[in-house]
Every structure is written in C-alpha cells, then in structure tokens.
Write a protein that binds this ligand. Structure first.
Ligand SMILES: [Zn+2]
Length: 257
C-alpha cells in the first residue's frame, strides 16, 4: 500500500496568515518548519497504519518549501515544477491525503482562502458547481482511480471537503477567523490529531469513494482581471474575464488558460 500526501501550507497547524506562507513573509522560515513537522507526523502515521511507501508532493507555490534535510527518511518527496501533471508520481498509490489545505476563493472567514492563485483567479466552476482546490485535486486523483481519504486545515476547508466527499476523514487543526487570522490548536494537540486522523483515514480506505463526475468535464475559470486567452476548439470565451474549457481530463483542463 502506497500513500500519496499532497501538502499545501495554508492549512498547516501553526500557520495563521500570509506571512507564514509567502517567500518574503516575516515568518516564512517558521512556516516551513511547521509544514515539515505536520508532514512528518502524517508520514509516520501512514507507516504505523501499514503503508509500504509514502510519496510527498510539496504542493505550495513553487513546490520548494519543506525542509528536505528534516524529512522523515522513509518518504520520497517531489519538489519543484512538475510540468503538465498536477499529481506527479500518483500512479500505483492506494489513496491520497490532502494535508494543509484551504477553502475556496471567497469563503467567508476562511484562513487564506483562494483558488490556485489569489492574484489571478476569482472563481472556478466544475460542471456548473463552484469549486476550490479540494474538489479539483480530489477529482483529478479520482481520474487515476485514487480516493482522497483525508484533508487537514481549518474548519471551512473541512466543511467544503465533506460537501464534496461525505465519507472523508477531516482533521481540523484550526478555526478560521478572517482571511488573515485563526484560532490554533497547540502544536502537541494538532500533531496528535493529525496522527489519529491519518490512521483512521487509512483504516477507512475501502469505504471512501473517489468522486465521480460526468465527462467531458467543463471547467469555468473567472479571472480577477482581463486575461490574454488563446481561444481554441475546447476553450470558449464566456465574458471578458471568464472562459470555459471542455476536456476529457480535468488535470488537462486545469492547466489551460
Ligand atoms: Zn498554498
């Protein structure tokens, strides 16, 4: 059993604002340590629950955030630019964990809410339903036949995840107060929760279904401002800010535009 951990920084325990997740942020070096610690707790729990191998994707920003020298030596990590694949190395895994996630753009009182890019994307819809990174990434995993078994982050992303995959195990390490503030569990309590929930999720693999969506998928992207778009057979202009991509692969649609 191989487990894939896709890690983002916004929903990591101890992170309470953009200063922890931006390269030029005052607390970015602390953010990297907190990120690596949550990942290591999750890796250890995966092995305790019977995993044979764990692959970690450093999925925040440029993909070079975790402290490689501090990573649990039993795991492999994928860093940097992965080209045209959102989930490099996922083939052959039994399940994916979305660790340190955040709510979709526009969610009220959600910590660091956005959808892929806070500076360029206003909203996204998948087959007519407004979605964020949780729904899109879990659906891309489903295209490989792989279920998303756990999410960690604030209360808002946990709720969003339950709406998309009702059986998912959620691990709420904080409560979002505003876009730039949260009520945090202590480090010890958060790590204990990540450990318990990871084990529970792996024990639940067989009852958690991968989301099924109609194909071809229609992915609508509304940009913050006018955007230079290359209109093609599968890309339709909706208005000056919005395009709709039709594709048999959500992973491919995500990278267009
Ligand atoms: Zn991020």
């Amino acid at each position: 059993m191989n487990i894939y951990i896709f890690a983002d920084m916004e929903g990591i325990s101890g992170v309470s604002g953009s200063d922890f997740v931006r390269l030029d942020g005052l607390f970015y070096q602390d953010g990297r340590r907190f990120y690596t610690m949550d990942i290591n707790v999750c890796i250890d729990a995966c092995f305790k629950a019977g995993a044979d191998a764990v692959i970690v994707r450093d999925g925040h920003g440029s993909g070079n955030n975790l402290l490689w020298s501090e990573l649990d030596p039993r795991a492999e990590v994928i860093q940097g630019n992965s080209g045209s694949t959102r989930l490099p190395g996922i083939k052959g895994c039994s399940a994916i964990i979305l660790l340190g996630y955040h709510a979709m753009a526009g969610t009220t009182n959600a910590l660091l809410e956005h959808t892929y890019s806070s500076t360029s994307i206003q909203n996204m819809w998948l087959n007519g339903e407004r979605v964020g990174e949780f729904a899109i990434d879990s659906t891309i995993a489903a295209e490989y036949g792989i279920p998303t078994i756990m999410v960690s982050g604030d209360d808002k992303v946990c709720e969003e995840a339950k709406n998309w995959i009702p059986e998912i195990v959620t691990c709420q390490v904080k409560t979002g107060l505003t876009c730039q503030g949260a009520r945090l569990l202590s480090r010890e309590t958060a790590h204990k929760l990540i450990r318990e929930k990871t084990i529970e999720a792996i024990e639940s693999i067989n009852r958690i279904k991968a989301p099924v969506i109609n194909k071809p998928v229609k992915l609508k992207k509304e940009y913050v401002e006018r955007h230079q778009i290359h209109i093609g057979n599968n890309v339709k202009m909706i208005d000056g800010h919005t395009i709709e991509i039709t594709s048999n692969s959500l992973e491919e649609a995500l990278l267009i535009g």
